[in-house]
Design a protein around this ligand. Structure first.
Ligand code: HEC
Length: 263
């Protein structure tokens, strides 16, 4: 997949960064009224909504530590902006510059890159950019309301089989995770349903063993890929431990798996 190497991209495309900064970021940085400009003062943005929208619309392709996203299709955004933060691209204003760059990237993604157009507009676009600018390459974790804006991946209640049916939903937030990373079932034939209401395409596959993020056992069953609907597989389970996981590239490695105990 052709994409800009994270650590070099900022310097490889300086025109885009500076244009974005000079246009709107600079006004925001100086806290002037930016009428007719898409970037308003920081008080106008909703960072909680920005985090939620980032996870839903961006996290499946981008790693951003504070958002707990682990996508690998596009550049790691902590790394992408680490260099310009360290260099202090525009002294004291690197985070405003990042905000402008993220806005610009969402508005006009590289036509040769794999980043889709029109992922977000208006307030959502501004909220996402403000959140990324605030947390990119920032040490520590989100705190307060930002910490609880998005549930921890896979932390839902363990799934329990009922009358031969296991329902393991993909995370509705767009995280690369199922709602729960734990399930139990009795031996015998079972139907595993994976409802996916998120906009990110997932499937569910199952293999024997506790392979975690990188098992390579024979696959017992694998569903079709789906978004905004439910995928199903039918398997016959013997007592033991199994791993359920998503086969989309990078999703299992990012944490989209769980353990099914059959007894
Ligand atoms: C389908 C995968 C995908 C999604 C979804 C996606 N991106 Fe990207 N993104 C990419 C790829 C691939 C690149 C590198 C190629 C390019 O520059 O277009 C990229 C590049 C970027 C860059 C430039 C990084 C650099 O090093 O210059 C930023 C910033 C960015 N994306 C932010 C976002 C934000 C914010 C969202 C959500 C609104 C998002 N992306 C959604 C795939 C994605």
């Amino acid at each position: 997949m052709a994409f800009t190497h994270p650590s070099s991209s900022v310097r490889r495309r300086p025109a885009a960064r500076l244009r974005a900064f000079g246009g709107c970021g600079a006004l925001a940085a100086l806290a002037l009224t930016a009428s007719g400009c898409s970037v308003k003062g920081a008080s106008d943005v909703n960072l909680i909504a920005g985090k939620q929208a980032f996870v839903a619309k961006c996290g499946s392709c981008h790693t951003l530590a504070r958002a707990s996203t682990k996508g690998t299709v596009g550049p790691n955004l902590d790394e992408a902006f680490a260099a310009s933060l360290a260099e202090g691209l525009v002294p004291g204003s690197a985070r405003s510059a990042i905000r402008g760059t993220v806005e610009g990237q969402i508005r006009v993604p590289n036509p040769e890159g794999a980043m889709p157009k029109d992922l977000a507009t208006g307030a959502t676009l501004r909220d996402i950019a403000a959140y990324v600018a605030q947390v990119a390459d920032a040490p520590g974790q989100d705190s307060g309301l930002l910490a609880s804006a998005v549930e921890a991946p896979g932390a839902g209640k363990p799934v329990v089989e009922q009358s031969g049916k296991l329902q393991i939903p993909a995370s509705p937030t767009g995280q690369l995770a199922y709602v729960s990373s734990k399930a139990t079932a009795k031996p015998g034939p079972a139907t595993i349903e994976m409802p996916n209401t998120s906009g990110v395409s997932h499937n569910i596959a199952i293999e024997p063993g506790a392979g975690g993020a990188s098992g390579s056992g024979p696959i017992l069953g694998a569903s079709t890929f789906t978004t905004k609907s439910t995928a199903t597989i039918s398997v016959t389970l013997k007592p033991g431990t199994y791993t359920f996981f998503c086969q989309a590239p990078g999703h299992r490695a990012a944490g989209m798996f769980g353990t099914l105990v059959v007894k």
